[in-house]
Design a protein around this ligand. Structure first.
Ligand SMILES: C[S@@+](CC[C@H](N)C(=O)[O-])C[C@H]1O[C@@H](n2cnc3c(N)ncnc32)[C@H](O)[C@@H]1O
Length: 507
């Protein structure tokens, strides 16, 4: 028997595209995947079980499952058996699909792998809803270890039977591609994998929120590939659309990081890849669950650059807490200006060039808090502390902003830090002067701020977030502190000092 190699699939695509009209194909969202893209998609899957169950909904001529079968066969750890289920409704493309399935079967048999292929000539949406419907009387349908898909793209009109059917299954989507992805994930076994190529429109915006929430709850995104060109993802097919490819696992556990790769078009061998924390892609506090793709290599580089700073607050024996004075609760104890029996009350407005400038005459904030039995729990012993602002605005260049409370500048035994600040301390008391200065310098560096942004999607700088950051070692902090005199050096100098410290530790 002669087995035609599957790489002729690009000819199939071309001949099908030549013999059918583009408007007809566009009508049913029929843009066939180029073989190069299908190969790249197949390479994204991680190794699977010995018995593979592959679903290809909206299979077209079958390029996706066929390329994946080919990839599996070329691997060292081949599966024992492969089962493919392909859904397709278009009768024009059916002969091509049948031929591809036959060739897959021959390829598997000649390589000693059991193969079962089924073409379901029916609407995937209706069939999948029936398969996934939970009922006492219906046995749940079959589940898959792998789904590979390039679904049809088509707006779903809210007045149609399709829309009503989806709605009654709690699937609220505005485009058919999202319905395909949603139903495909329901058909995955726990731990099953999906690789899909779709428009990137679902990553943000209100229309896809329900889809995003459901997808990100059930799946863990491992890999996202972004096409920089809007026209090249489908090769010569003139599809003007921003597309992405993604690989995700079904399971509640999220991966620690997501790999983001980018290529101009089908030049996948030249793709640039970065690994970013999952929280940077889907911010944990974001109720809209946007998928952030606006990541460039500078976003990932702080991790690399921070490798030389491997201490933690715990290791340093330091802590960070939120200022204890909540001004509106302590109103009766506050004074505009210092008087007898008051101590300094420090707000963010007292930050000036990396130190505390107190008192200030803004007329808006109090400068002092009465010293009494009622306020003693709100105050801390005077000492060197690093203070950071808890709130920043979107427009502000930095999130992390630090200043030094230097007790030698004020005549006070105690001090109050207002609740809009966090303060770094050692068991509730001040730190050595040189360590304080080094810590403030580090927190004011660009690399520390970039690192912070990787993990935090919001403008607030909480003590919990500051605890998670890496810090320079005790020795490094003391060395950094030596550069701080009466004021904090400017940004450029701070960054150069940190860079020099990192260079030293690499050598
Ligand atoms: C974007 S094309 C992709 C084809 C193929 N997976 C590929 O990657 O080349 C989507 C395919 O889904 C098919 N299709 C559209 N609506 C469908 C439905 N409701 N059920 C099953 N297939 C459908 C179209 O005929 C088309 O062949």
């Amino acid at each position: 028997m002669i087995i035609k190699p599957l790489h002729t699939l690009d000819h199939v695509r071309k001949s099908f595209n030549r013999t059918t009209s583009r408007s007809d194909r566009s009508e049913i969202g029929q843009f066939l995947t180029p073989v190069a893209t299908a190969r790249f998609m197949s390479s994204m899957f991680e190794s699977g079980p010995p018995e593979m169950m592959i679903l290809d909904p909206g299979a077209g001529a079958g390029v996706l499952f066929a390329t994946y079968v080919e990839t599996l066969i070329s691997q060292e750890n081949r599966p024992l058996s492969i089962k493919v289920v392909a859904y397709e409704t278009d009768s024009t493309i059916m002969p091509y699909l049948e031929d591809t399935l036959k060739r897959c079967q021959s390829l598997c048999i000649s390589n000693g792998i059991e193969f079962h292929g089924t073409i379901k000539r029916e609407d995937f949406v209706t069939a999948a809803i029936a398969e996934t419907r939970e009922s006492l009387f219906v046995v749940p349908g079959e589940r898959f270890t792998h789904v590979i898909l390039n679904p049809p793209y088509k707006k779903i009109n809210s007045q149609t039977a399709m829309s009503r059917m989806l709605y009654s299954s709690h699937i609220e989507v505005v485009n058919l591609y999202a319905a395909f992805v949603w139903l495909s994930m329901l058909l995955l076994k726990p731990g099953g994998q999906m690789v899909a190529i779709t428009p990137r429109s679902f990553c943000n915006g209100p229309y896809f929120k329900k889809f995003r929430v459901s997808f990100l709850r059930m799946m863990s995104l491992k890999l996202i590939h972004i096409f920089e060109s809007r026209t090249k993802a489908f090769g010569d097919d003139n599809v003007l659309q921003e597309n992405i490819i993604y690989h995700a696992f079904r399971g509640l556990q999220k991966s620690k990081s997501t790999i983001i790769s980018t290529s101009d078009g089908l030049d996948f061998d030249k793709a640039r890849t970065i690994s970013v924390p999952y929280e940077r892609v889907v911010h944990p506090s974001d109720r809209d669950m946007f998928i952030h793709l606006d990541i460039d290599s500078t976003d990932a580089s702080p991790i690399e650059r921070m490798k030389c700073l491997s201490a933690s607050l715990n290791k340093l024996g330091l802590s960070v807490s939120t200022g204890r004075v909540v001004d509106f609760r302590a109103r009766e104890h506050l004074q505009m200006f210092p008087q007898q029996d008051t101590v300094p009350l420090i707000y963010p407005c007292h930050f000036a060039k990396g130190f505390i400038n107190w008192p200030v005459e803004s007329g808006k904030k109090h400068n002092a808090i009465a010293l009494s039995a009622e306020t003693s729990d709100l105050l801390v012993e005077a000492g060197f502390y690093v203070l950071t602002k808890r709130f920043s605005s979107k427009e502000q260049q930095r999130r992390v902003m630090a200043a030094i409370y230097d007790p030698t500048r004020f005549d006070a035994r105690l001090v109050g830090f207002e609740n809009h600040l966090n303060y770094f301390h050692k068991q509730g008391k001040g730190l050595p002067a040189d360590l304080t200065k080094g810590l403030a310098l580090y927190l004011n560096s660009t690399v520390a701020d970039q690192y912070f942004r990787l993990f935090s999607g919001h403008t607030q700088v909480n003590a919990t977030d500051l605890r998670k950051m890496p810090y320079p070692s005790h020795g490094q902090l003391v060395r950094l502190g030596a550069y701080v005199e009466e004021t904090m050096p400017n940004q450029e100098t701070i960054d150069a000092i940190i860079e020099k410290e990192c260079l030293n530790c690499e050598q």
